[in-house]
Design a protein around this ligand. Structure first.
Ligand SMILES: [Zn+2]
Length: 259
């Protein structure tokens, strides 16, 4: 069956030749992807993501500073973010992506934490949900979130980890972004977590052009492959195909105010 699907995390602005952004959007639409949410990563891409949302009916955007692309001039970046949020249009549906990334170590942990806390505050001030990125930092991130609760919720995107770790976010009212990692048999801990979490808490994403699915390593990921993520999710769950497909679509629409 064909279901409507939402790609809740897709970096359309980073798609490179030989693919074109337009082709990628059209191919995804043909397979039933009715909405694509493109996160901001730094002031340098905010105009581009906003433009993509204006040019394509199915595209929405978020504004934020990704922990891997932080400028040391924190006050200037955050002032720009505040200004961009003040001037956003109705297709801006979240703050993000923001978060913590200690994959390469904790050298700039203080900078990352300062950016994160401020973005959580901005999200609450603007009554927007947050899109959260986390690598090697679940404990730290949960601690920050408990002290700065996102009142409009949000998504912990690209989740990998244990059931217990995921439930920490669910208890804070956040959704869990399910992506291509569940297509890898070796990701058994993540697969098990996703099979056990409340269905209410799951949303789909591709993180394209990153995070290729199993069997597609070496090529750019695309939002149309969200259908394969959904198929895998259906296999991991006991609720039946239609229930899973409809519910994850509903979940994403309930976090983000798609106009
Ligand atoms: Zn991302």
């Amino acid at each position: 069956m064909q279901y409507v699907m939402i790609d809740s995390h897709c970096h359309l602005d980073l798609i490179k030749a030989p693919l074109s952004t337009q082709k990628v959007i059209d191919d995804a639409a043909q397979l039933g992807v009715d909405k694509i949410l493109v996160p901001g990563i730094s002031p340098s891409n905010w105009q581009q993501v906003e433009l993509l949302s204006r040019q394509n009916e199915s595209v929405y955007y978020a504004l934020g500073c990704h922990p891997m692309y932080l400028s040391a001039d924190i006050s200037s970046s955050l002032r720009r973010l505040e200004l961009a949020l003040d001037n956003r249009n109705e297709r801006c549906v979240a703050v993000g992506e923001c978060g913590l990334d200690f994959y390469k170590g904790r050298e700039d942990a203080d900078l990352q934490l300062e950016y994160l806390v401020k973005q959580l505050k901005l999200a609450n001030q603007h009554l927007l949900p947050v899109i959260l990125h986390c690598r090697k930092a679940h404990q730290d991130l949960v601690k920050v979130l408990k002290a700065n609760k996102p009142i409009k919720g949000g998504v912990l995107h690209g989740f990998t980890g244990s059931y217990q770790q995921a439930m920490e976010y669910v208890k804070l009212g956040l959704k869990i972004g399910v992506g291509g990692s569940i297509t890898y048999p070796r990701a058994s801990k993540t697969r098990q977590a996703i099979s056990q979490l409340p269905l209410d808490s799951l949303v789909l994403e591709t993180d394209a052009p990153d995070m290729p699915l199993n069997g597609k390593q070496g090529s750019q990921n695309e939002p149309k492959f969200i259908k394969l993520v959904l198929n895998e999710l259906i296999l991991l769950r006991n609720e039946g195909e239609q229930t899973v497909a409809l519910k994850v679509h509903y979940n994403a629409s309930s976090v983000f105010d798609f106009c």
